[in-house]
Write a protein that binds this ligand. Structure first.
Ligand SMILES: NC(=O)c1ccc[n+]([C@@H]2O[C@H](COP(=O)([O-])OP(=O)(O)OC[C@H]3O[C@@H](n4cnc5c(N)ncnc54)[C@H](O)[C@@H]3O)[C@@H](O)[C@H]2O)c1
Ligand SMILES: O=C(O)C[C@H](O)C(=O)O
Length: 329
């Protein structure tokens, strides 16, 4: 048992995702069964009464690994000394909207949060942005915290990876664990490219197992791209439990070594790999050695994949230009 707890800040802690996420972190699902945690729960002032109810429920779980809870509306207090900052708090889209339509409402939240993380967090802080549009919100926070190394910033496409795996497993009639090497490229948006070309089923290329190329190039991609919207239509609210599960998966895959030969998807600061503009927060296939992430290099990108990647990167550039006034010069 480690004796020093990891301090984890969660913004929007009284929201839908928060309600699924906090209990998973406190139970040990994110950092393992021997790692104590202290939760810093950040909400806006009007949500503090609801947050108080969530804190009561956390108490009532008597989690052995939960060594403290700090509920607050103060960004300074909330981010003080934290090792991880999970930026969930922001407004979800409604039916008929694209995620980038939220930039005007949500973008500015990430200026103050980036600044407060830089001022208060532990020197080893790592950040995962979930609130949409998560890539560009992460770009805003990162650029407002220039002293934090760029490789600490992440935005979430693990939900898309998990969705893609589930679709491929169903189509091939195999267990979900047989599907590996699923890369999501680009933006967490309807332009993202879930890459079936490099994905594997039981170690074989997906195209050797699923012969229906029209499905792979058509319904597979669009169903992953549109899954968030389909859930909003069906539930009247955006995905929450599956999103929280993807947050747990994302962090666990960053802090633990990746299985040999496999990779996962997360959005990180582009270093120019695969010709993608430096500095954009872009989803790549990544591997971890338990300490550091690296972009998987050397994948051959065929013309079909390249055109999909070009489209999603063009959208990220467009989003960046829309928020230029939120990025310090
Ligand atoms: N990246 C992904 O894969 C993914 C998946 C699902 C949802 N999301 C996004 O996550 C976000 C949260 O979704 P939800 O369903 O939990 O929404 P929700 O409305 O249920 O909860 C959001 C919470 O954030 C709080 N909040 C708002 N502004 C805040 C601020 N400045 N500081 C702290 N807290 C603040 C609200 O009070 C609310 O409690 C949305 O933007 C949604 O689109 C992303
Ligand atoms: O689609 C949304 O707006 C919510 C979330 O980003 C999702 O992918 O489910």
């Amino acid at each position: 048992m480690n004796t020093t707890p990891i301090r984890v800040a969660v913004t929007g802690a009284a929201g839908q995702i928060g309600y699924s996420l906090l209990f998973r972190i406190a139970s040990g699902a994110m950092f393992g069964p021997n790692q104590p945690v202290i939760l810093h729960l950040i909400e806006i002032e009007p949500a503090l009464p609801a947050l108080n109810g969530v804190v009561m429920e956390l108490d009532d779980c008597a989690f052995p690994l939960l060594k403290g809870v700090v509920p607050t509306a103060s960004l300074d207090e909330g981010f003080r000394g934290v090792n991880w900052a999970l930026l969930v708090g922001s407004v979800p889209r409604k039916a008929g909207m694209e995620r980038k339509d939220l930039l005007g409402i949500n973008g500015k939240i990430f200026i103050g949060q980036g600044q407060a993380i830089q001022k208060n967090a532990a020197s080893d802080v790592r950040i995962l942005v979930v609130g949409n549009p998560c890539n560009t919100n992460c770009l805003i926070a990162m650029n407002n915290a220039p002293q934090i190394p760029k490789d600490r910033w992440h935005a979430m496409t693990r939900l898309d990876e998990n969705r893609a795996k589930s679709q491929l497993a169903k189509k091939a009639g195999v267990d979900i664990t047989a599907v590996t090497n699923v890369a999501v490229w680009g933006n967490h948006s309807s332009t993202q490219y879930p890459d079936f070309v490099h994905a594997k089923i039981s170690g074989k290329g997906v195209t050797d197992v699923i012969k229906d190329e029209a499905w792979l190039k058509g319904d597979f991609i669009s169903s992953v791209q549109q899954r968030g919207a389909a859930i909003i239509k069906a539930r009247g609210a955006s995905s929450a439990a599956s999103a929280a599960n993807a947050v747990v998966d994302s962090v666990a895959s960053i802090v633990n070594p990746t299985a040999p030969g496999d990779w996962h998807s997360v959005c990180i600061h582009s270093d120019g790999s695969y010709g993608i503009e430096k500095g954009l927060i872009t989803s790549f296939p990544v591997r971890s050695d338990g300490k550091k992430l690296e972009i998987v290099q050397g994948l051959a990108i065929d013309p079909f994949s390249q055109s999909k990647i070009d489209t999603t990167i063009a959208e990220l550039k467009e989003e960046k230009s829309l928020v230029s006034d939120l990025l310090p010069k």
